[in-house]
Write a protein that binds this ligand. Structure first.
Ligand code: GAP
Length: 558
């Protein structure tokens, strides 16, 4: 499947629209249309149901080291500015960006890919050719070498048929990984950039050295607000959970181990939002902070890693596009003893590359301690308070005691945290990509034709059943509307009496409706209706009176 086809389908059938489209759109912001809102809500409901609502705290689930409880929160998007200072986001949550002086575009430094290439280049005004070696670049694309070749041909003034005269050397690599390029803009970066042809530039040497760019959206609280009243839109939902840890312990009877779940919007001022909803500036997260005894945290990390991976498989990402990737030790955050990513091979990524759907991180006691004591940094094997030049704490914590007293073990400790952190939009996009299917099926005249259908898991399908009268006469619409009214009480349904029935089936296939129900001539005689399966195209008759029960069973309680 080409990504363009999916994007076109999403717009045509009302899954996703670009935000503020009539004003030219706003980069990195997306609106969910009538079907998209149902699909994404089903993703979030499935997550909440499986992680929180249906969790049985009276038994030890398979693979878990013990029984545990789950509860929820819904915190504000704007929080006290000190939250972000102690969490580390104020000082550390940034990407490096480079600007192009020629194209006036801005790029994320680590997203620029390139390769050295040499060729003959004529000087200005057609003067004699000399041999020039540049580092040609492109932004991550599906076929990077093709994109680099195009950029190089354009630079050297060559046609496609002359591509053999280019001499490539070295591997395709990120610009930020060239020896001496560093991330800080220091060192030999100036010399290196002199030979770099920016992704949209005609001349080499137009990229600026990389600069830090904080990804949090800043806002001001109150009408008279000045810089002291500045706060931020949350870049993750997690911090709302940490700062409410004590409230939850004090107001409920939860005991460690337990988890707090939250679904909500997060905001990041991404430098280069792209790949449809994959990297947006406003998106939704589904996060769990799971609090446990420090000596059991490794077991709980493994439990959540495996449980979350299985969830995606159960929801339909069962193919080889899904993988679980454990981070190498050198990739781990300073406080983490283990992190794994659940990744999906999205069609817009270069071959062999995967995009992150969810991270499962062992966060130790970093977060609770930071909100107690102040911003921490690693010193050797210890987490210590970060101090400014005068030896004062760089960012003071709340000073509140966020430790936990285990009255059975008669022990006080700061719980360790396992964090499964998922993106609702990325999961929705992966389910859309995986569901996109084309097969061949007979049309109304029995001729084999191409059929596009979205093979969603029934729990995720926006519409569970569509009801059609075969024709708009002989009492069929009356029976069909009665069935529709009944089914609608339990399932999200769609009624359609327009056009040939074959075309109505195709329209439902395109939006992933698992079952279509048709009232036809035989219904008038024996009170049965036809049920058609989206995936197998099989049709069978069911007594009208048994329809709701039959669908309930087939949809498995959705
Ligand atoms: N609290 C940990 C945390 O926020 P993260 O890896 O930065 O970790 C978690 O984000 C998940 O949120 C990601 O795996 C991804 O699914 C989603 N996410 C992060 N940035 C995103 C963006 N710009 N657009 C869409 N989803 C995003």
């Amino acid at each position: 499947m080409e990504m363009d086809q999916l994007v076109a389908l999403c717009k045509r059938r009302g899954f996703l629209f670009q935000s503020s489209e009539i004003y030219g759109g706003l980069n990195g912001f997306w609106d969910y249309g009538p079907l998209g809102v149902l699909l994404k809500r089903n993703v979030k409901d499935a997550w909440w149901n499986d992680m929180v609502q249906a969790h049985n705290e009276t038994i030890v689930p398979p693979g878990a080291p013990a029984r545990y409880e789950m509860t929820g929160l819904d915190c504000t998007v704007i929080m006290h500015p000190q939250v972000w200072k102690c969490s580390g986001h104020y000082d550390l949550f940034h990407d490096f960006m480079v600007d192009c002086r020629e194209s006036k575009r801005r790029y994320r430094y680590d997203h620029i890919l390139g390769r050295y290439v040499a060729g003959l280049k004529h000087g200005e005004g057609g003067t004699a050719a000399s041999r020039v070696r540049i580092f040609a670049t492109t932004m991550e694309t599906e076929n990077t070498q093709d994109a680099l070749e195009q950029a190089a041909l354009k630079f050297f003034g060559l046609r496609k048929k002359d591509a053999d005269s280019l001499e490539w050397d070295g591997e395709i690599r990120a610009l930020s990984s060239l020896p001496g390029s560093g991330s800080t803009g220091g060192g030999a970066i100036g010399d290196i950039l002199g030979n770099v042809l920016g992704p949209d530039a005609k001349h080499p040497g137009t990229l600026t050295p990389p600069r830090e760019f904080n990804l949090m959206f800043k806002t001001v609280i109150g009408a008279l607000g000045d810089d002291d009243d500045a706060s931020f839109l949350r870049p993750e939902t997690a911090q709302g959970i940490f700062v409410n840890f004590k409230n939850v312990c004090d107001s409920t009877r939860v005991r460690v181990p337990f988890g707090i779940a939250q679904i909500g919007k997060s905001f990041r001022n991404e430098i280069t939002p792209r790949n449809f909803t994959f990297r947006s500036r406003e998106f939704e997260q589904m996060e769990i902070e799971f609090f446990c005894r420090p000596d059991q945290s490794s077991e709980w990390y493994r439990y959540w890693r495996d449980r979350r991976f299985r969830w995606y498989i159960d929801m339909g990402l069962a193919g080889d596009r899904l993988r679980l990737r454990e981070h190498d030790a050198d990739e781990l955050s300073h406080y983490s003893c283990g992190t794994a990513d659940i990744e999906y091979r999205f069609p817009f990524l270069p071959p062999g590359e995967y995009g992150e759907l969810e991270g499962i991180a062992h966060r130790g006691d970093f977060d609770l301690r930071s909100h107690m004591e102040g911003k921490l940094v690693r010193k050797g094997n210890e987490l210590v308070l970060e101090r400014d030049g005068a030896g004062q704490p760089k960012h003071r914590g709340s000073g509140k005691d966020l430790s936990y007293y285990d009255d059975l073990a008669r022990e006080r400790f700061v719980p360790h945290v396992i964090e499964p952190s998922a993106g609702a939009d990325r999961a929705t996009l992966a389910f859309l990509c995986e569901a996109y299917n084309i097969d061949t099926a007979p049309d109304e005249k029995g001729q084999p034709t191409e059929r596009l259908f979205l093979k969603f898991h029934p729990r995720l399908a926006p519409i569970k059943a569509a009801v059609f009268p075969l024709v708009k006469k002989d009492g069929m619409p009356e029976i069909a509307t009665e069935i529709y009214g009944e089914l609608k009480k339990t399932f999200s349904c769609f009624y359609d009496d327009k056009g040939a029935v074959g075309r109505r089936y195709r329209r439902q296939d395109e939006i992933g409706t698992p079952y279509c129900i048709t009232v036809d001539g035989q219904t008038l005689a024996d009170e049965t209706v036809t049920v058609r399966d989206r995936d197998t195209l099989q049709q069978w008759r069911v007594p009208k009176a048994d329809l709701a029960a039959e669908l309930r069973e087939r949809l498995n309680g959705c």
